[in-house]
Design a protein around this ligand. Structure first.
Ligand code: I3S
Length: 127
């Protein structure tokens, strides 16, 4: 379908606090470690900083993101029940073999993230 956008037409940016855990890194399974993260969706990149809470300024004192994943060629879908006992969980997979879970207690907040991630992935699908 034709959802082509001119560059800079609509810079995809979204940020907020979500709970996040990596489950796989470079194809290797990790032990879950849920943390509350300040999360930024910028272009096709998803950036996380740990331990930020609402009210702290932009990235607090550490200007460096904890880690970044590139969503190009990846996926972001509602996680199946066996991935987590929590509600509102999105499973993000990257082309590099990193898998992570994003979760929020807020139904509306997690829906926004789901939509934003899907948008970015379909926008960058052919790059
Ligand atoms: O998929 P798992 O292994 O049941 O995930 C749970 C564990 O990581 C648990 O930590 P420890 O078993 O390391 O203590 C976490 O506290 C849980 O939150 C994890 O499960 P959920 O279903 O919350 O993702």
């Amino acid at each position: 379908h034709s959802t082509y956008q001119e560059p800079n037409d609509k810079p995809s940016e979204k940020c907020g606090i979500v709970n996040m855990t990596k489950i796989t890194e470079n194809g290797k399974k990790l032990r879950k470690n849920w943390t509350s993260c300040w999360t930024v969706l910028q272009g096709s990149n998803l950036l996380f900083t740990k331990g930020q809470s609402a009210g702290t300024s932009w990235f607090g004192n550490q200007s460096k993101p904890e880690f970044t994943v590139d969503l190009k060629g990846g996926s972001a879908d509602w996680a199946s029940k066996d991935k987590s006992s929590k509600k509102n969980v999105i499973e993000v997979k990257t082309r590099q073999g990193t898998e992570l879970l994003i979760q929020s207690e807020s139904d509306s907040l997690i829906s926004e993230w789901h939509r934003a991630l899907q948008d970015v992935i379909s926008t960058h699908a052919w790059e």
